[in-house]
Each structure stands twice: as structure tokens, then as C-alpha cells.
Ligand binder design. Structure first.
Ligand code: AMP
Length: 384
């Protein structure tokens, strides 16, 4: 089956076509690319982007046609706990959730509608970033705030990066030969955005992001956890500050960028290696925050078997992994320094024999996960 994987932003559309054989894991990439500057003079809107994409695919696939499309959708609210086949009603529901993800859900809706218009008979699947975390129990997803916040505005913890956490959990359990339903772990997705998930019995039990992706770890440009009084205090003290401006500062001018002056882990690590004290401080802050979560989640899942690193930093930043694991002596974690330093693209163990938790590096692949979920749902529907 040929699956088109679509990731729509407000002005760009990323795509991949994968060939997925029945019962396999998301298959191989046949072609991939990007349509940029949607809304500009060349590509006026998402429908034009799709028409452009259809022409490109005609050439790139040598006349073969795609059998299904899988879309990345950031917010599935409280309704979606798994990928779904897309109908007009589902698109309307994703649109209705826009206040929870104002930058992302409207773009996904444009992409879904554009595909519906261009290929009206193509089965489409929506895969939600929040879905994996729907298994969090109520005492975890609630904030201890007046009930009205939840009732009126849906303010609760949702969690994000679910497609990646889910995929990586499955891979890690498989690697260790543990049945997924018996697998307890702490999974750290560390990219420009970063979150950590407590996995209990193969499912999400807790995660560091909350109502929005601003919560939790110190990220490239996001603050992570913050006393909410900081927000009210700044708004009160600076009469020119607006909620929008403050939102921008906390999302794009905070995190590593605020402390080290750079948001990119490679640059920050290089600066720290040269003796830059601010870069060193930023790394210590990020590592300390993550180590606290690992300890907390180890307890929350009743004893994790593994700590799993994934995404750009998790997969590549050996020095940062060492910095985090160096703080986990109380859990008996011991890294194998050579295995940690070795570069490899595959799933691997980087802890020493006898380590209190097995420490793994598992490459994530959200497109592959979306393709696998899409193929499974579409094939299942066709068979049923
Ligand atoms: P992602 O959002 O998953 O693409 O991850 C981006 C982050 O991964 C950036 O902070 C990069 O600096 C970081 N990263 C990628 N490769 C490396 C590397 N070899 N060493 C350290 N950090 C890296």
C-alpha cells in the first residue's frame, strides 16, 4: 500500500510517500519533500499546494497512485485516543479544537480539506499528538484549579509528542523482549521541543507537557515548568506587556536561548566545551530538570525497567545524556561510556551491565509511525 504522510503547517506542507506491506512497520520511503511559502504569490493556498503535490507525485511515483493519506494532527482534545478515519464530521471536530492548538489545528484542517478536494475518494487517517496520553488517569490530567477552568475552557493536561512516545515505547519493549503490556519505562523525547513520559504497562501514565507544549522540561526556546505567579507578576509590573507578548517570550525567547544565548543543543554544547559559563549553566539547568522528572516517573510507574532517549538531542547528544545519567546514581544508573559515545542509527543499549535501569537510545520516526497507523486502519476497514 502506498501511504502519503502529510504534516501541514500554516505556510508549509511536508510530505512523504511510503510503501507499506501488510503487517510491517511503516515501510520504506519512496519520495519526500516540502511545499513552502503557501499564501505567497506562487502557491496561494493549501488547495493549490495539494494540486502542486499531486503533479509532483505523478512524476515522482512513475504513474503509481497513493492508496491512503495519514495526517499529523497536533490536538485531539478529549475525544481522540487513537488514529481515526477522516470524515467531514471528524474534520469539523478537529476544527472545533482549534482554541487548544491555535497555530496547528487550523493548518491541519486546511490540509485535510485540500486532500478531500483533490482526491475525494482517498481514505484519510488523522493521527493525533495527544492521543497516546489519553490513558493518563484523572488524578494525573487534572490541575488543582477551580472546576470552571476545566468546564468552560477544557483546561487540563493533555500532553504532546504522543506519536513519538508511543512508537519509541513499542520499539524499546521489543528490543528488550518485554511484552508491551508489562513494560514500565521513562521515555525522554528531546528535540527542540522536549517532553518526558512515564510509561506504565506500555501506556502513558504521566507526561511533562500539559495544557500546552510549554510545560515541563527546559527546551530550546521554551521555559518549561514555571511558577504561574511569574506570569501574573510580569503582567502587573510592566504595563506595556500583553498576554500575547508574554506568551511569545515564554515560548520563543526562553529555555536554552534565554540562558545560553543559543537554542540549538549542538551550539550550546560547543560553547560549554569552550568554557562558556552561561552555556554550562543552561545545560546544568536542563539536565537537572530532566533528572528530577526521571526520578519522579520512576516512582510513578512503580519502578521503570528502562530510560529511553529519543529525538535530535536524545539520539545524538552523548554529552547531554551523560550529564543527565550522571545525576541518576540514586537509581543505580551506570552508563557504558563507550556505548554512549558510539554513533549509530539503530536502537541500542548504552547502560553498563548491572545498571539500575537499562538506558536505551531509540530513534524516533513520526512519519513511519503515522504511515503504519494509517495502513493498519485502512487495511482493517477494507478487510472488515
Ligand atoms: P529535533 O527537534 O528532534 O530535530 O532536534 C533538534 C535538536 O537536536 C537541536 O537542539 C540540535 O542541536 C540537536 N542535535 C542534533 N544533532 C545533534 C548532535 N550531533 N549533537 C548534539 N545535539 C544535536
Amino acid at each position: 500500500m502506498l501511504v502519503l504522510v502529510v504534516n501541514c503547517g500554516s505556510s508549509s506542507l511536508k510530505y512523504q510517500v511510503r510503501e507499506v506491506a501488510a503487517g510491517t512497520d511503516g515501510g520504506t520511503v519512496l519520495t519526500s519533500g516540502l511545499v513552502e511559502n503557501i499564501g505567497g504569490p506562487q502557491v496561494r493556498d493549501h488547495t493549490e499546494a495539494l494540486e502542486l503535490l499531486a503533479r509532483r507525485l505523478d512524476e515522482e511515483l512513475g504513474g503509481r497512485t497513493v492508496d491512503a493519506a495519514g495526517h499529523r494532527v497536533v490536538h485531539g482534545g478529549e475525544r481522540f485516543s487513537a488514529p481515526v478515519l477522516v470524515t467531514h464530521e471528524i474534520v469539523r471536530e478537529i476544527e472545533r479544537l482549534a482554541p487548544l492548538a491555535p497555530l496547528h489545528n487550523p493548518a491541519a484542517v486546511l490540509g485535510l480539506r485540500a486532500v478531500l478536494r483533490t482526491w475525494p475518494h482517498l481514505p484519510q487517517v488523522a493521527v493525533f499528538d495527544t492521543a497516546f496520553h489519553r490513558s493518563m488517569p484523572e488524578h494525573v490530567w487534572r490541575y488543582a484549579v477551580p472546576e470552571e477552568f476545566y468546564e468552560r475552557w477544557g483546561i487540563r493536561r493533555y500532553g504532546f509528542h504522543g506519536t513519538s512516545h508511543d512508537w519509541v515505547t513499542g520499539r524499546a519493549a521489543q528490543f528488550l523482549g518485554v511484552p508491551r503490556e508489562d513494560f514500565h519505562a521513562v521515555v525522554a523525547h528531546l528535540g527542540n521541543g522536549a517532553s518526558v513520559t512515564a510509561v506504565r504497562g506500555g501506556r502513558s501514565y504521566d507526561t511533562s507537557m500539559g495544557y500546552t507544549p510549554l510545560a515541563g522540561l527546559v527546551m530550546g526556546t521554551r521555559t518549561g515548568d514555571l511558577d504561574p505567579s511569574v506570569v501574573t507578576s510580569v503582567l502587573r509590573r510592566d504595563p506595556s506587556m500583553t498576554p500575547e507578548a508574554l506568551d511569545g517570550l515564554l515560548n520563543t525567547a526562553s529555555g536554552l536561548r534565554a540562558i545560553a544565548g543559543h537554542h540549538d543543543m549542538r551550539t550550546v554544547q560547543e560553547a560549554a566545551d569552550r568554557g562558556d559559563e552561561r552555556a554550562e549553566l543552561a545545560l546544568e539547568m536542563a539536565a537537572h530538570r530532566l533528572a528530577k522528572y526521571v526520578g519522579g516517573y520512576h516512582v510513578a510507574v512503580g519502578g521503570a525497567r528502562a530510560l529511553v532517549f529519543t529525538a535530535g538531542i536524545g539520539e545524538n547528544a552523548a554529552a547531554f545524556r551523560a550529564r543527565v545519567c550522571g545525576r541518576l546514581g540514586a537509581l543505580g544508573v551506570v552508563l557504558d561510556d563507550d556505548a554512549n559515545a558510539a554513533r549509530s542509527r539503530g536502537t541500542r543499549r548504552i547502560s553498563a551491565p548491572g545498571s539500575g535501569l537499562e538506558v536505551l537510545v531509540v530513534p524516533t520516526d513520526e512519519e513511519q509511525a503515522i504511515a503504519a497507523a494509517t495502513a493498519e486502519l485502512v487495511a482493517g476497514t477494507a478487510a472488515g
